[in-house]
Design a protein around this ligand. Structure first.
Ligand SMILES: [Zn+2]
Length: 657
């Protein structure tokens, strides 16, 4: 390597142990909780209701209309639906998840015409983008995908035919086939049902209907302003249509979902018990779906449970394609450096979880995502610190102290509390708080307990529980596996080995040094250029080089008086046990310990002010014994004991002179 080389100053990280497997009694702790049902708010009844736990049920979600890139409003929907699915499945349910792709629509036809592209080609292109977004957000893919174009002949046309046969639909010449709301209401009176399930309240409905009446170009031809198109006749300039007994055309929007649900349900012989979508679909889309299905089956009820997810707002307005105030999912996910622990998708997921109910609207801002990122870093930081601690702990059994029992019980309580919150209408905010509580309490425990003297089980349980809680709500490996090594052997646990790491550091130093030397000789503009290259080099080390070796280096904000030069100072977590957990000589590998001659020259009362302890403590008692750590906190009783032993050793050293 030109310009630099490395050598090992002293043995570091020599005591490594693989994380011991949980013993049987601890594994029981994770599997012993009884299966409880997920209680979810039902938009149809306005009540919290339990979802079934057994197999043989299905859930249908209205999927995207694929004509443009998806934005963060869609992303919130996808992520919350994914969390709903994971939580429901965790109760023992194994539902079939069906999602439709709307690939026939006015907007698709208009966008294709603008691009001189066929509507099918355009729809496929954006469908691919949708799958990429879904994967990047770590959302599970549906069990079954239904495309509208693939169901027109087999499912949608026969469905409309039956509605026409049952006098629930009528022909408007030159326009299409319409659903007959008045005819439906007449029949449904006898079956204790009526049009308008899921529709807004009476006043709001009148307002909507009035608006519809004003806007509608077909209002004159329809029998009732609430009637809606089941089949739209082909327009002269359109070339995207199917043959039917009424004439060439294409299905209306609402009919596709009712017909495809019927098709999948009868093919698999599985009833649909949940229907989901964004809150804007409640009326008219879902209201009309219910009317069509009740008319088709001639009964006054259909899918029992309706789940609706609230809007995402930005600057006071709903984020939408039509308002042109959107941020695409691709932009959110590409706008960050990618490293092992950096994960904008997980930051976004944590934000979705921690905002108020999934049913309420939320306001997006970069600042809020940044806050979520900081919270996720707190979780990740604990996992990395704890794994390092556990690698230094010895595996033989040790007696538990009150502190150990207390951590174990705290983790159990928070796990149960978090789970209860999720099962109670997906209470994500409290769930996030419980995960953070475990991380904070675990970090406190880490700072007060030494890996040599403390049993490993309480911390092992804390780490495993936190990982399980993260996995349950769908965080990716960047978060759930933080701190875990990809290779595990005695000689090297760093990906690529310690030699590779030290080579990289030596190379980094060479770059920084040569830029600094260049800056000494040149004018001001070039200094700026060199400085920006230097900062880039610092970022590359943090974001690319170290993460590729399984090492996380995270910049932390510090108080002004601590650092006059920069805004942040780096803290190297992975593979280094936090300073407070180990005797000093083990965690300062780049600081040479004092020689025994140098030690002998230190008077007893200055022992904690010199050598390896210099700068570690803020205050001392009259004998020179530390009372405050350098951050101003009290020296814990455990550390006091440890330091007393060190002092005794030094006293005996001095006595020998
Ligand atoms: Zn739908």
């Amino acid at each position: 390597m030109p310009g630099a080389s490395w050598r090992r100053l002293m043995p570091v990280l020599s005591k490594r142990h693989a994380l011991p497997p949980l013993n049987e009694s601890l594994s029981m702790f994770f599997s012993a909780s009884p299966r409880e049902a997920l209680k979810l708010y039902n938009s149809l009844t306005g009540k919290l209701e339990s979802l079934p736990i057994g197999d043989s049920v299905a859930c249908y979600t209205c999927g995207p209309t694929v004509y443009a890139p998806a934005h963060l409003g869609h992303a919130r929907n996808y992520v919350l639906m994914d969390i709903f699915r994971r939580v429901w499945e965790s109760t023992g349910a194994r539902p079939v998840f069906v999602l439709n792709i709307t690939d026939v629509d006015d907007k698709i036809i208009a966008a294709a015409a603008q691009n001189s592209e066929s509507p099918v080609e355009l729809a496929r292109r954006y469908e691919e983008a949708f799958w990429r977004d879904l994967d990047a957000l770590n959302c599970l893919r549906p069990t079954i995908v239904t495309r509208v174009t693939e169901h027109v002949e087999s499912a949608i046309i026969p469905y409309i035919e039956r509605l026409v046969d049952q006098n629930m639909a009528y022909l408007v010449p030159g326009e299409g086939i319409y659903f007959d709301v008045r005819a439906f209401d007449n029949v449904m009176q006898r079956l204790n049902s009526r049009y308008g399930k899921l529709a807004p309240s009476v006043q709001a409905k009148d307002f909507v209907l009035e608006n519809q009446r004003k806007k509608s170009t077909t209002g004159e031809s329809k029998k009732d302003p609430r009637d809606f198109a089941l089949w739209k006749f082909k327009k002269p300039d359109e070339n995207f249509h199917w043959a039917s007994s009424w004439g060439e055309g294409r299905p209306g929007w609402h009919i596709e979902c009712s017909a495809m649900i019927e098709s999948v349900s009868s093919a698999l012989n599985v009833p649909f018990c949940v229907h989901a979508g964004g809150i804007d679909l409640q009326f008219p889309h879902h209201t009309n779906e219910i009317a069509q299905a009740e008319a088709y089956h001639m009964r006054g009820h259909w899918i029992e449970h309706w789940l609706h997810i609230g809007h995402l707002h930005i600057d006071g307005l709903k984020m939408s394609k039509s308002l042109k105030n959107f941020i695409t999912i691709e932009h959110l996910l590409s706008d960050h450096p990618s490293s092992k622990i950096s994960s904008p998708a997980d930051d976004f997921r944590l934000w979705c979880l921690s905002t108020s109910s999934y049913r309420s609207p939320v306001t997006y801002s970069q600042e809020r995502i940044e806050q979520a990122k900081q919270k996720r870093f707190e979780l990740v930081r604990f996992l990395i610190d704890a794994e390092a601690w556990l690698r230094h702990s010895v595996t033989e059994r040790k007696k538990w102290t009150a502190d150990d029992v207390s951590l174990f019980q705290f983790v159990q309580t928070k796990n149960a509390q978090g789970r209860d919150s999720l099962l109670n209408d997906l209470g994500g905010a409290l769930y996030v708080e419980c995960m953070l509580d475990i991380a904070h309490e675990g970090s406190r425990y880490l700072s007060e307990c030494s890996p040599e003297r403390t049993p490993h089980e309480p911390l092992t349980v804390a780490v495993s529980t936190l990982r399980a809680m993260m996995s349950l709500v769908g965080f990716s490996d960047s978060t759930t596996k933080a701190g875990q090594h990809t290779t595990m052997n005695e000689s090297s646990s760093i990906v690529g080995g310690e030699s590779a790491l030290l080579d990289e550091l030596a190379q980094f130093r060479t770059t920084v040094r040569s830029l600094a030397m260049k800056s000494m000789k040149v004018d001001l503009n070039n200094v700026k250029q060199n400085l920006s290259a230097l900062l880039q080099s610092c970022d590359d080390l943090r974001d690319r080089t170290l993460p590729s070796m399984g090492i996380a280096l995270i910049d932390e904000k510090v108080e002004e008086e601590e650092s006059k030069v920069g805004e942040t100072v780096p803290k190297l977590w992975q593979f280094c046990v936090p300073t407070s957990n180990l005797p000093q000589e083990q965690n300062t590998p780049f600081q040479q310990p004092l020689s025994s001659d140098e030690l002998k020259a230190i008077p007893l009362q200055d022992f904690f002010k010199a050598g390896q302890y210099a700068g570690q403590f803020a205050d001392f008692d009259e004998t020179g014994f530390p009372t405050k750590n350098k951050d101003g906190s009290d020296v814990s009783s455990r550390l006091r004991k440890k330091l007393s032993k060190k002092l005794e050793k030094h006293a005996s050293r001095l006595r020998k002179i």
